[in-house]
Design a binder for this molecule. Structure first.
Ligand SMILES: *Cc1c(COP(=O)(O)O)cnc(C)c1O
Length: 428
């Protein structure tokens, strides 16, 4: 499904053929729950996966499918499944791989909500997660045991905008025969394409940069189609007779599309974390301008981070696009178009100064979100990372003296002026 066009072209055209029924150039919003079968045989074929088509919108919907195809095209994947949110996508990515008693190994540097989901909630399914520092490759390998089924990290990682060495992580995963799942939300496929660095699955919160303007929640799992699910015998749902689908061996029947079909035919069917066509429409509109926005996000983030780093009221800035960052050298290889627009900075005066800063900004919005055209700020320690222990906060890069910013596409001068006046109040 990889699109042969340049990125600026593919973000507009991938998955977007004129509507076969009406010729509509833009992808229609197929606002329907069900689809009429031609006859009883057609219905039976669809349910047997002998023919591909729409049955019911919990499983597939043409608008949602177009979005999946577009994201798969931009990521260079073979197939994709869209979900109701980024968190739903994470569960969908793990669902075919996991079972009671099995675990994943994940980076300590993740979106706060993901740390929460992996620490407590997945235990209710009998799954568990071991968190390690992904800059320590030996620690990743040491954390893997016989019950590990996946290795999980973010490409540009929360909250500091750290760059994960995806090639190195994939090498470890290869050695131990496990799939790598990369959350590419913060980078977007414009800045980073994890599959080119060995990722098996790519997950997205489409809520963020892909939609781009803070209007809808959504998620997506892209499958590279490259992983051999049969080799180790560790993935019986994908490469053995699957009782949840009358004993079908998805890998034998569908090869590189096994994960995608399993996720639709069983994941969406039984977990029901479906994206709705209206949501898919907003995200399709957003993606048409993804590269244009990301260029401006990156340019602004560089200006703002440079200004902050030179300001005496600031202790440090984590932006990987600054030469002072230990991750700076990874940019040309991992995210050649830039280090994104999400980072943290430490304010002299600690927790109290951070809270005062957040309350003193005018242009910035104080929200638990990122990847909006608007500049956003949050004090992670008192909000998204509040329920983590101080050690977890520190390991995640969300210590009490730092704030996280998502730099928008406004005028850089206006963004800096707002930070300047608020920092004066916060550190007075
Ligand atoms: C927001 C986010 C999520 C969760 O996505 P939702 O759409 O809010 O469910 C996961 N990972 C990252 C990196 C995110 O920024």
């Amino acid at each position: 499904m990889s699109d042969k066009h340049a990125f600026d072209t593919a973000q507009i055209h991938a998955g977007a053929n004129p509507d076969p029924a009406t010729g509509a150039r833009q992808i229609p919003i197929y606002q329907t729950t069900a689809y009429v079968f031609r006859d009883a045989e057609h219905a039976a074929n669809l349910f047997n996966l002998a023919e591909v088509g729409n049955i019911y919108s919990r499983l597939t919907n043409p608008t949602v499918s177009a979005l999946g195809e577009r994201i798969a095209g931009l990521e260079g994947g073979m197939g994709a499944v869209c979900c109701s949110s980024g968190h739903a996508a994470q569960i969908m990515a793990l669902f075919p791989l996991m079972g009671p008693g099995l675990n994943i190994v994940a980076s300590t540097r993740l979106y706060g909500g993901t740390i929460q989901q992996f620490t407590n909630t997945i235990k209710k399914f009998g799954w568990s997660c071991t968190f390690v520092d992904f800059d320590d490759l030996d620690a990743i390998e040491a954390a893997v045991d016989d019950n590990t089924r996946a290795i999980f990290c973010e490409s540009i990682a929360n909250p500091g905008g750290y760059i994960t060495d995806l090639d190195a992580v994939a090498k470890v995963a290869d050695k131990v025969g496990l799939p790598v799942i990369v959350d590419n939300t913060t980078a977007t496929p414009y800045l980073c394409r994890p599959i080119e660095h060995g990722a098996t699955l790519v997950v997205h919160s489409t809520t963020k940069y892909l939609t781009g303007n803070g209007t809808v929640t959504g998620g997506c799992v892209v499958d590279s189609g490259q992983f051999d699910w049969g080799k180790s015998g560790k993935f019986p749902s994908l490469a053995g007779p699957e009782p949840a689908y009358h004993g079908l061996n998805f890998y034998e029947a569908l090869g590189g599309m096994a994960f995608t079909f399993h996720s639709i035919a069983i994941g969406l069917r039984d977990l029901g974390m479906t994206m709705n066509p209206q949501g898919a429409h907003y995200t399709l509109m957003g993606i048409e301008t993804l590269s244009l926005r990301m260029r401006k996000h990156v340019e602004n983030a560089k200006s703002v981070a440079t200004w902050l780093e030179n300001d005496p009221r600031i202790d440090f800035v984590t932006y990987a696009g600054l030469e002072s960052s230990p991750y700076y050298d990874r940019i040309p290889r991992i995210c050649p178009e830039g280090a994104g627009a999400l980072f943290t900075f430490a304010v002299k005066g600690g927790y109290d100064a951070c809270v005062k800063l957040v309350d003193s900004l005018d242009l910035f919005s104080h929200v638990a979100n990122l990847g909006d055209t608007r500049s956003l700020i949050i004090h992670s320690a008192s909000t998204t990372h509040r329920q983590l222990t101080p050690e977890q906060q520190e390991a995640a890069g969300a210590a009490p003296n730092v704030v996280r910013v998502s730099i928008g596409t406004e005028d850089a001068g206006d963004i800096i002026a707002d930070l300047d006046q608020a920092l004066s109040k916060a550190t007075a």
